[in-house]
Design a protein around this ligand. Structure first.
Ligand code: HAM
Length: 436
């Protein structure tokens, strides 16, 4: 007989910079998303879902051809029909594209959207930085009123508070508008002429092509030189100055603490006027929990009518790191009850009870094979069940089942019809509503 050499099959692994999110961690993601939806909907934002795939031109035009995102980080490929497509690196451009494509401007008024989903940037992976990461974003289209900026920042402060985060800082700045920014860029370019030779190769290129991008530089040796450059905040036109003053005044009136960060120009080209970031002390080097700003010219850049906009994107992966560290949030839907049944005659009533409890909204597990009580209770405890419901011959005869609190060990006899109400009362909703 010929021996056939068995080839060892290498398992396929996930792509660098991407990861699987597994339970129980996904429970915490769901809680955070649920909380974001509640807070956003309280401020009258509605969900929008746009495709993950977009034409490459969308991001070249909006994010900007000189940005790190477009020059180095996009997942761009030619489709079979030669069209250039890109996995979205962010979603603001997509939201504005959809707003134009569906002529939502014809409805007039203000549109408020929020979105959740994966984004893709080919960055060097590290703590809090992935190639596939998730954002929770919110965009307001149709108003250039500074109160829009203040209200969104208030909403974000509420979300962060409700997630139990501490050590979060709000940084704000203004990057001016199409009128005052070119003047400032001239001044910046002149200043850069004098110091360019001390900066990294990327900055030397940026000094020529798009000087504002010098502020995105992360090279440590460049930082002292960059700190000495003129600040945009000192060169705003009267309208931009007034907008900024009204935003900061509004923040003060609402007791939202902030610091002005004159170097905060943000890594995307579409911003005008207000820019902001919230950082978290829980995150290490990648400490930007979220970022955003105003983009009053973006709709026109994308071929739509003039439509001012303001928005944010929260880095959900980073938010989760901060939430886990703060430890104030429990993962959603813990297992409510495990049904421990004994003896063949008990399976029918046990699965009937399981179905009733599940239909009433409780999370319930039941063993499929007859087991000894000790084994069933072991399974209940391993699964983290809040209660075990015990039914064997004795319970069936008396018509009252044993309900065991797995935390305190206390046991009570309850009629099957009353078990759902009994458990719900004990477990509570597990989730605070906005009112509570
Ligand atoms: P961004 O600053 O590029 O802005 O991204 C927003 C947030 O996404 C960052 O603060 C960070 O928390 C997270 N993030 C970015 N890249 C990564 C990554 N590689 N891994 C993990 N998290 C990451 C925007 O995307 C704009 N669209 C925000 C906006 C909305 N502006 C106006 N509206």
């Amino acid at each position: 007989m010929v021996e056939v050499a068995r080839k060892k099959i290498e398992p396929v692994r996930s792509v660098k910079g991407t990861r699987d999110l597994l339970p129980p961690e996904t429970g915490l993601w769901q809680r955070v998303e649920e909380e974001a939806r509640r807070v956003f909907e309280a401020y009258n934002f509605r969900e929008i879902r746009t495709p993950v795939l977009e034409e490459t031109a969308l991001f070249r035009r909006s994010v900007g051809v000189d940005t790190d995102i477009v020059t180095k980080e996009m997942y761009t490929f030619e489709d079979r029909d030669r069209e250039s497509l890109t996995l979205r690196p962010e979603a603001t451009a997509s939201v504005v594209r959809a707003y134009i494509e569906h002529s939502l401007f014809n409805e007039g008024g203000i549109h408020k959207f929020y979105y959740l989903g994966p984004m893709f940037r080919r960055e060097r992976p590290q703590k809090g930085r992935f190639r596939q990461f998730y954002q929770i974003g919110a965009e307001v289209l149709g108003s250039d009123h500074p109160a829009v900026d203040v209200e969104l920042l208030e909403m974000l402060t509420l979300l962060v508070e409700r997630l139990g985060l501490r050590d979060v800082r709000l940084l704000v700045n203004s990057v001016g508008c199409a009128r005052c920014r070119p003047e400032y860029v001239k001044i910046l370019k002149q200043a850069l002429e004098g110091v360019k030779s001390k900066l990294c190769a990327d900055c030397q290129r940026r000094a020529e092509t798009n000087p504002l991008r010098v502020f995105d530089c992360k090279v440590e040796a460049d930082q002292a030189t960059i700190a000495g450059l003129p600040r945009i905040i000192d060169h705003l036109c009267p309208e931009c100055r007034q907008h900024f003053d009204l935003v900061t005044r509004g923040l003060k009136e609402r007791n939202i603490s902030y610091s002005i960060e004159p170097r905060l120009v943000r890594g995307l080209d579409y911003y005008t006027r207000t820019t902001f970031e919230m950082t978290s002390g829980a995150l290490g080097a990648q400490n930007a929990l979220m970022g955003g700003g105003r983009y009053d010219g973006l709709a026109e850049l994308l071929g739509g009518p003039p439509t001012p906009g303001f928005g944010v994107a929260i880095g959900e992966d980073r938010l989760l790191l901060a939430v886990a560290e703060a430890g104030a949030l429990e993962p959603s839907s813990p297992l409510g009850a495990y049904i421990a049944w004994m003896g063949d005659g008990a399976y029918g009533p046990a699965q009937k009870l399981a179905r009733e409890l599940r239909h009433s909204g409780l999370s319930v597990e039941i063993g499929y094979d007859a087991r000894k009580l000790k084994k069933s209770l072991g399974a209940a405890s391993k699964l983290g069940a809040r209660f075990a419901i015990i039914l064997g011959e004795g319970e069936l005869a008396s018509g009252r089942y044993q309900v065991k609190d797995m935390t305190s060990g206390q046991q009570e006899e309850v009629e099957p019809a009353r078990i759902a109400a009994h458990l719900k009362q004990r477990i509570g909703t597990g989730f605070r509503s906005l009112a509570g």
